[in-house]
Design a binder for this molecule. Structure first.
Ligand code: ADP
Ligand code: MG
Length: 611
């Protein structure tokens, strides 16, 4: 039997289309928001229940829909925005494919109520799994009100893929954030007023007067907003504007590299690469800059019709855009350099002076020194942070109780030829390195890398023994997190509690840090916590518990260790060296970089032709 060709029923057509456009509740929010903006709305309110699975309601004050057009809004390829094929190449609105409402109507129960401002009364229509109700009069205020309930009620597979309400809410927040960033107040027009509520509680409210900087602060906190440098550039008819963040404010993924093309948020690998290239040398490998870039270019220079959700575009002059982004970001960084003194990263020069006669590399030849993990100072921190005296809570944690305290630097007295100093002479250089005189030679220690290693081992040992001590914060510290981060973090609350970090939901993308491991010492637990959050939110899929714990412990160790740039007291130096002897592997930091280099006495003698 040959299968007969048949026209698919509308419901199935719409469900297929929904598969492309409506992936999760956040996709509904994105499409509805864009429709409101296209309708010239100046104020949009969104209410969400259960991460959008139960309800997404959006109310705008835009142009509305004529009652006669209501049924058309839900039919496929029905749009008021595209009239002829030529328009496709000069699109000024968000929508044009006319498939969003049809798709949503195919997989949910939608009530659409609208009243154009000039009309006495409006009208309403319902759509449930592509089935339309008759149009009825509706007596609401001018604008459009749309309610989406029971999302994916007839597509159980989709429904199964939904994550927790907190995670879905995170994605929704991200969609709102993108739209809010794209519509700030400027010199010539007010911004878009946006309200987002979850379960009746306000998550975000952005007012019309909020500038881009205000919006960045609202969504990402003052840490980000206070380290922004303005980016500006142009090439022919193309304009680039926005901000980048100081390199000290980096992230573990490119997620916070926001790019908007003619007001539309897009993802673009090539331009993301341009940003990273401009930051080259200022970020560790695997770290990403934060940027908020806005490109304005003639509509005919960009094809937005390459992706159903329009999150990717094609540029006609991709090469020159790359150049524009690269040079403008570089320029902005130069302006930043003057504002913030920073030690050079990657400035490792050759460790040994050139010698005339070729010398074979001595055993244990000196590797090129690696730049320290944090080789620059954060702007908010004074150059010399006050260190606690020994009487106070020590910055270096107490020694491991399970092991006996070893006298400082027990050097093997294998060679009696040389005189052995009672305790090693130590010099701190550049507030970064400790140079220690030892029997074997001159030992150069990276103070941060070593302390990081010690703390990492202590964390691990105590975790294994179940003796990790935690300290409750007298006043829980609120931490504002972007987008889905809060949801991700709260999902891991149990694992974090095991690691000594107490987190609680405060609502509105804010979590409360209630408890932290004592080992973090006097360092602000906030920084360590932010690093943990960053890790959790940048993993596509979380690794096994063991790998994750190792990663998180090493992050916390890194953030609580003394930094490069910290001037240490003689007592602290002594303590650090004592701990060095106790560490299982004091040669490498948890990231695998060396903690110390040795210039052997033998080598010194050879270099100075004494031997
Ligand atoms: P598109 O946005 O691609 O045109 P949609 O399916 O999203 O397609 O919307 C279909 C049509 O419904 C739009 O072209 C517009 O005329 C109308 N519409 C949808 N939402 C609104 C709204 N909030 N205000 C005014 N008109 C709307
Ligand atoms: Mg649309």
């Amino acid at each position: 039997m040959v299968a007969r060709i048949q026209q698919l029923p509308t419901l199935i057509v719409n469900q297929i289309a929904a598969g492309e456009v409506i992936e999760r509740p956040a996709s509904v929010v994105k499409e509805l928001l864009e429709n409101s903006v296209d309708a010239g709305a100046s104020r949009i309110e969104i209410d969400v229940e259960q991460g959008g699975q139960d309800l997404i309601r959006l109310v705008d004050d835009g142009d509305g829909i004529d009652p006669e057009d209501l049924p058309l809004a839900f039919s496929n390829h029905a749009t008021s925005k595209l009239r002829k094929v030529d328009d496709l190449f000069a699109i000024g609105t968000f929508g044009f494919r006319g498939e969003a409402l049809a798709s949503i109507g195919g997989v949910a129960h939608v009530v659409l109520q609208s009243r154009p401002p000039g009309r006495e009364v409006g009208a309403m229509i319902e759509c449930r799994g592509s089935e339309l109700s008759p149009v009825r009069p509706w007596n609401g205020s001018p604008g459009t009100r749309i309610e989406v309930r029971q999302l994916f009620f007839n597509t159980p597979v989709r429904r199964k893929f939904l994550r927790t309400p907190a995670t879905e809410m995170g994605h929704i927040t991200e969609a709102v954030t993108r739209l809010a960033l794209a519509h700030p107040r400027t010199d010539d027009r007010p911004g878009l007023h946006l309200v987002l509520r979850h379960q009746g509680k306000s998550v975000y409210e952005v007012t019309r007067t909020a500038t881009l900087r205000d919006r960045i602060e609202l969504f990402f906190g003052s840490d980000v907003a206070n380290t922004l440098y303005r980016v500006e550039g142009s090439a022919g008819p193309v304009r680039l504007k926005g901000y980048i963040c100081d390199p000290s404010c980096d992230r573990g993924s490119a997620r916070m590299q926001y790019l908007f093309v003619n007001g539309r948020w897009v993802r673009d690998r090539s331009l993301g690469h341009a940003v990273q290239e401009a930051f080259r040398g200022l970020l560790m490998t695997g770290r990403y800059a934060i940027s908020f870039l806005f490109l304005e270019l003639p509509p005919e220079h960009v094809d937005v019709n390459v992706h159903p959700t329009k999150s990717e575009v094609r540029f006609r002059h991709a090469q020159s855009l790359y150049h524009l982004v690269y040079t403008s970001v570089k320029q902005a960084l130069r302006q930043g350099e003057q504002l913030i003194p920073r030690l050079q990263v990657n400035s490792a020069s050759e460790p040994l002076p050139a010698v005339t006669e070729p010398t074979p590399p001595a055993q244990g030849a000196i590797p090129r020194p690696t730049p320290s993990y944090i080789a620059r100072q954060e702007e908010s921190r004074p150059a010399l942070p006050p260190l606690p005296s020994r009487a106070e809570e020590p910055m270096l944690p107490p020694r491991l109780p399970s092991r006996p305290a070893v006298p400082v630097a027990p050097l093997p007295a294998s060679d009696t030829m040389f005189e052995q100093p009672a305790s090693p002479r130590v010099l701190q250089l550049y507030d970064c390195y400790l140079v220690v005189e030892t029997q074997e030679g001159m030992l150069v220690i990276d103070q941060h890398a070593l302390h990081e290693r010690i703390l990492f081992e202590q964390f691990k040992a105590r975790l294994n023994e179940g003796s990790l001590q935690t300290q409750a914060l007298l006043i829980p510290e609120p931490v504002d997190l972007p987008g889905e981060a809060a949801g991700r973090v709260l999902e891991q609350a149990e694992a974090l509690a095991e690691l000594g970090l107490g987190v609680e939901d405060f609502g509105g993308g804010t979590v409360l840090l209630t408890r932290y491991p004592v080992l973090l010492g006097r360092r602000s637990p906030r920084a360590a916590f932010l690093a943990v959050v960053d890790y959790l939110t940048t993993q596509e899929r979380l690794p096994t518990r063991e790998v994750m714990f190792n990663e998180l412990l090493s992050l916390m160790a890194c953030h609580s260790a003394v930094r490069s740039g910290d001037r240490l007291t003689p007592e602290q130096i002594e303590e650090l060296l004592a701990h060095r002897e106790l560490a299982l592997d004091h040669h490498h930091c948890p990231h695998g970089r060396p903690t110390s280099l040795l210039l052997s006495r033998q080598e010194l003698e050879r270099q100075f032709r004494r031997a």
